[in-house]
Ligand binder design. Structure first.
Ligand code: CP
Length: 330
């Protein structure tokens, strides 16, 4: 039995380098199934409860497609208004009920630690698809998987790399989870670039420093990217601000476009962003003029999300070594 079978996946703090490697090995094995070169029905008869109480495109749809690609069926609940949570039902009661209807549950919710609270009532594994500003562990895993592959293409490893994280580091849960995963590696340099009011929380910086990595904290983009191997941008998380006006104060403060990239970065600095990027105005934090730059890894990140989520379902449901056994014609 693998260590994930029957377990919730709520936080990156549950993981270590060995367990991450196990996930990455299974994710790699998922490639031909994700590319439709092979087909497996290993989860035939199983049901995913896909509960998204906050907007999502990538995470919700890739959880759903990952389960489908393994032969399972998906029961979706989208939006708080479509759930009896809006009538005052507790997370615990919701979990007790829905876990009788499904074999595994993926969940996103706007409150920090809500997915953990839900998991306490669940009789099946629960996977955190993002809980408020707290964590987004599956995004962190797909980001780390992407970083490893991209650096490998550039002849580098995660150990010894330099990452610049840019934007709303206070409310951006993906950078909280990713930083904690990176703490497990050796000799990393972190440059954290944000408005002072949106700085990385102290508890994350403490984790980075206590693990022996170097940290520079600044509110200036230009002049701080020259050494970066990975440039990880985030949008202003306007849904977590007290008001739209407050969020608008920070929009467009850190903007990467082709000219800024060429002037400030190495020619092979990998550009990452968890997406969505905000495209509603000139304030876009990642300009479309970088779309054809080969170092732009944002869509490769999204593709890797499918592999990672397929791996997590296969591991939590204990079928990761049975994929070939249940293969069927494409
Ligand atoms: N990266 C991410 O979580 O995207 P969605 O909000 O679209 O799921």
């Amino acid at each position: 039995m693998n260590q994930f079978q029957g377990s919730h996946i709520l936080s990156v703090n549950q993981l270590d380098l060995d367990s991450i490697q196990t996930i990455f090995n299974v994710a790699q094995k998922m490639t031909p199934y994700a590319l439709r070169e092979k087909r497996t029905r290993v989860l035939d008869g199983a049901i995913l409860g896909n509960l998204f109480f906050e907007p999502s495109t990538r995470t919700r749809v890739s959880f759903s497609c990952a389960f489908d690609l393994l032969g399972g069926r998906v029961a979706e609940t989208v939006g708080m208004a479509n759930s009896s949570l809006s009538k005052g039902e507790s997370l615990y009661d919701t979990a007790r009920v829905l876990s009788s209807y499904s074999d595994v549950i993926a969940m996103r919710h706007p409150q920090s630690f809500s997915v953990k609270e839900f998991a306490e009532g669940s009789r099946v594994p629960v996977i955190n698809g993002g809980d408020g500003a707290n964590e987004h562990p599956t995004q962190a895993l797909l980001d780390l998987f992407t970083i490893k592959k991209e650096l490998n293409s550039n002849g580098m490893t995660i150990d010894g790399m330099h990452i610049a994280m840019v934007g709303d580091l206070k409310y951006g849960r993906t950078v909280h989870s990713l930083s904690r995963l990176l703490c497990m590696y050796k000799n990393i340099t972190f440059t954290l670039i944000s408005p002072k009011e949106l700085a990385m929380p102290d508890y994350v910086i403490d984790d980075i420093e206590n693990a022996g990595h170097r940290v520079t904290i600044t509110d200036q983009l230009e002049g701080n990217l020259h050494q970066a191997d990975i440039l990880y941008l985030t949008r202003i998380q306007e849904e977590r601000f007290p008001s739209q006006e407050e969020a608008d104060k920070y929009r467009g403060k850190f903007r990467l476009n082709s000219a800024i990239y060429t002037k400030n970065c190495k020619s092979n600095t990998v550009i990452m962003h968890p997406l969505p990027r905000d495209s509603r105005s000139q304030a876009n934090e990642l300009d479309n003029d970088l779309n054809n730059n080969p170092s732009l890894a944002i869509f490769r990140q999204a593709d890797n999300g499918l592999l990672i989520r397929m791996a997590l379902f296969a591991l939590t449901l204990g079928v990761a070594d049975q994929l070939e056994q249940y293969e069927c014609p494409v």
